[in-house]
Ligand binder design. Structure first.
Ligand code: HEM
Length: 195
């Protein structure tokens, strides 16, 4: 599924090969049992994410355009750019680009933080809980970004998005979204003042 952001895609498609070098022999490294990825998958995820890091803005804009394409009804929550209803207007909106960057930076921090899950949970829970402040937001909306995220990653990575890489992104985004949901839900628990 392409993203039709050809103008940007061409300039950002250059750059090295992100294939992960082979892990050294020996027993498989252990990972935090809370992480749904094997050590090898985590390694591949971090290697592949470098390709996204180099095209963060394009990937983020693509993700949001897809989100609104499939869910027009969500646009009204975004005060800063809800007036932009066509793909073209959304593509050219600096406000949307800024928001897309903020969300992508959160994902970037989260993914790079998979090595330290205590920090990962604290950070992603706090972002999840912060959505309680958004008028009209419902916790189930988090899942709406899953398919647009995967489509945007596919569009940016091109042939680097192999079935193995796809599987790893699916596990990772599910893990992040579950953690956002948990943070949102905990944020509403009595006595929990997380924002
Ligand atoms: C990967 C999932 C998501 C992450 C990491 C995330 C992260 C963030 C962050 C960091 C902010 C504050 C920064 C800013 O306002 O620009 C934010 C705000 C917001 N988010 Fe999310 N978000 C996610 C998913 C969603 C989804 C699926 C929706 C709606 C369906 C949504 C709706 C909003 C809204 C309406 C705001 C306030 C924007 C504003 O008032 O400017 N978020 N989000």
């Amino acid at each position: 599924m392409g993203c039709q952001l050809g103008k940007l895609a061409a300039s950002e498609r250059r750059g090295g090969n992100n294939a992960a070098p082979a892990l050294t022999d020996g027993p498989p490294p252990t990972t935090d049992p809370r992480l749904p990825l094997t050590a090898k998958q985590k390694y591949s995820m971090l290697a592949s994410w470098k390709g996204i890091s180099r095209a963060m803005e394009k990937t983020g804009i693509c993700m949001f355009i897809k989100l609104f394409e499939e869910n027009q009804d969500l646009l009204h929550m975004f005060e800063k750019f809800r007036q932009y209803r066509t793909k073209e207007e959304q593509f050219n909106s600096t406000e949307l680009a800024e928001h897309a960057n903020n969300v992508m930076n959160t994902l970037d921090e989260g993914i790079k933080g998979l090595d330290d899950l205590d920090n990962f949970f604290a950070y992603i829970h706090q972002i999840g809980a912060s959505h309680r402040r958004i008028p009209g937001f419902k916790v189930e909306y988090f899942w709406k970004i899953e398919a647009p995220f995967l489509a945007a990653v596919e569009s940016t990575l091109g042939d680097r998005y192999t079935p193995n890489v796809e599987n790893i992104y699916k596990i990772t985004i599910k893990f992040i979204l579950e953690t956002l949901v948990e943070g949102y839900e905990k944020g509403g628990a009595p006595g929990n003042f997380a924002t």
